[in-house]
Write a protein that binds this ligand. Structure first.
Ligand code: ADP
Ligand code: MG
Length: 343
C-alpha cells in the first residue's frame, strides 16, 4: 500500500505529445480508473509509473520517493497488461512463481505464496494446468495472481479485460474490486469503457489528448461533467447548440434560464432528466428502443432538433407518438468556463 504522486509528468514521442504535463495524487488503498478514448495517453501514463517508459519531464513519487532511477522490476509496482502474455510452456504454478524464483525465495515459501495467490483469484486446483487449457478469463486471473504474488504496493492494470466478453468482464471487475478491498492495494486501472470505470472506481480520471479533463468520484463525474467532452464520454447527453441573450438560452426548441454572459453556448440534458409536461417542448417520436428497465425514445421537434429521452415502460409511446418534454435539470456549456447548472 502506498501513496502515488505525479508531479508535472509528461511524455513526448518525437513530435507527438502523448502525455502533457499533469499532476495527480492517489491515496493509499485508493482504486483510481484512468478513463479516456484510444490514444488519450492512458497506457503511456501507466507505463511511466511502472518504469517501462521514462517521463520527458516531471516526477513519479511513490510514498514521497522519486522513482526515476528505479528499474521496473525494482519498483513497488506490478502491471497487468491487456494481453495476458503468460508463458505458454509453463504451467500455472510456474507462471505465478516466476517472479518469486527471481527473488531467490525458499521453495516452501514460494509454494505457499503461489497457492494463496491462486486462491485469491479463484483458481485453487488449477496450478498444474497449462495456459492453453484455460479460458481467456482464467488466463487473465493467472496474470493477476502473477502480479499479486509479488505483493506490490501499487497495482497497475492496463485494460485487463478488454478482450473478454461483457458478462465475464463484469464478473472479473467485481472480483478485482473485492481483492483490491481485501488487500487494500493502491490500484490504477486503465479503461476506455465508462461502465467499467463507473462500477469500479473510487475516483475517475477522465483523459483526452494527453491531458486530464476531470477528476472526481463516479457520482460527481456523472452528475456534474465539467465539459461537453466528459458529458458525452460518460453516459450520453443531448447537446443542443444555441445562444444566450439576456440571461436565457435559446437552443433549438428549448428556452431556459441561463444567467451567464450573452453569446454562443450549448444546452446539455441527460436523457433521464426529462419529464413529460403539458408545457414542454413537442417532439415527434422517430424510434423507440426497449432498454430493459426503461424505454429510449428518439424524437425530433418541428425545427429539426433531435432529442433522446428515457421513459418509464408504462408510457404507451410508439413511433409517430407526440411527446411534450421538459428538462428537470440541465447544464449550459461554454468553452473555457465551468458550466452553468440549473440545479
Ligand atoms: P491510450 O492508452 O490512451 O490509447 P497511448 O498512451 O497508448 O494511449 O498513446 C498516446 C499517444 O502516444 C498516441 O498518439 C500514440 O500513438 C502515441 N504513442 C504511444 N506510444 C508511442 C511510442 N512508443 N512511440 C510513438 N508514439 C507513441
Ligand atoms: Mg492503451
Amino acid at each position: 500500500m502506498a501513496r502515488l504522486s505525479l508531479a508535472g509528468v509528461s511524455k513526448v514521442f518525437g513530435s507527438v505529445a502523448a502525455v502533457s504535463p499533469l499532476s495527480l495524487d492517489i491515496g493509499d488503498g485508493e482504486l483510481v480508473c484512468l478513463l479516456g478514448p484510444s490514444g488519450s495517453g492512458k497506457s503511456t501514463l501507466l507505463r511511466m509509473i511502472g518504469g517501462f517508459e521514462l517521463p520527458s519531464s516531471g516526477q513519479v513519487l511513490i510514498d514521497g520517493q522519486d522513482v526515476a532511477s528505479v528499474r521496473p522490476n525494482k519498483r513497488p509496482t506490478a502491471m497487468v497488461f491487456q494481453s495476458h502474455a503468460l508463458w505458454t510452456h509453463m504451467n500455472v504454478f510456474d507462471n505465478v512463481a516466476f517472479g518469486l524464483k527471481l527473488r531467490k525465495m525458499s521453495r516452501g515459501d514460494i509454494t505457499r505464496k503461489v497457492m494463496e495467490a491462486l486462491a485469491l483469484v479463484g483458481l485453487e486446483g488449477y496450478d498444474k494446468r497449462m495456459p492453453r487449457q484455460l479460458s481467456g478469463g482464467q488466463q487473465q486471473r493467472v496474470a493477476i495472481a502473477r502480479c499479486l504474488v509479488l505483493e506490490p504496493k501499487i497495482l497497475l492494470m492496463d485494460e485487463p479485460f478488454a478482450s473478454l466478453d461483457q458478462h465475464l468482464r463484469e464478473r472479473l471487475r467485481e472480483e478485482v474490486r473485492l481483492i483490491q478491498r481485501k488487500l487494500g492495494i493502491t490500484t490504477l486501472f486503465v479503461t476506455h469503457a465508462q461502465d467499467e470505470a463507473l462500477a469500479l472506481a473510487d475516483r475517475i480520471v477522465v483523459m483526452s489528448m494527453g491531458a486530464i479533463e476531470q477528476v472526481g468520484t463516479p457520482d460527481e463525474i456523472y452528475a456534474n461533467p465539467e465539459s461537453t467532452f466528459v458529458a458525452n464520454f460518460i453516459g450520453t447527453m443531448n447537446m443542443v447548440k444555441g445562444a444566450v441573450a439576456g440571461g436565457k438560452i435559446a437552443a433549438g426548441a428549448f428556452t431556459h434560464d441561463a444567467p451567464i454572459a450573452d453569446g454562443e453556448a450549448i444546452l446539455g440534458i441527460r436523457p433521464e432528466d426529462f419529464e413529460i409536461a403539458d408545457t414542454g417542448t413537442e417532439l415527434v417520436v422517430k424510434r423507440v428502443v426497449n432498454l430493459g428497465p426503461f424505454l429510449l425514445a428518439e424524437g425530433a421537434h418541428a425545427d429539426g432538433t433531435a432529442i433522446t429521452v428515457h421513459l418509464d415502460k408504462s408510457n404507451p409511446v410508439r413511433e409517430g407518438s407526440v411527446l411534450r418534454v421538459k428538462p428537470k435539470r440541465y447544464a449550459v456549456y461554454r468553452d473555457g468556463a465551468p458550466p452553468y447548472r440549473s440545479l
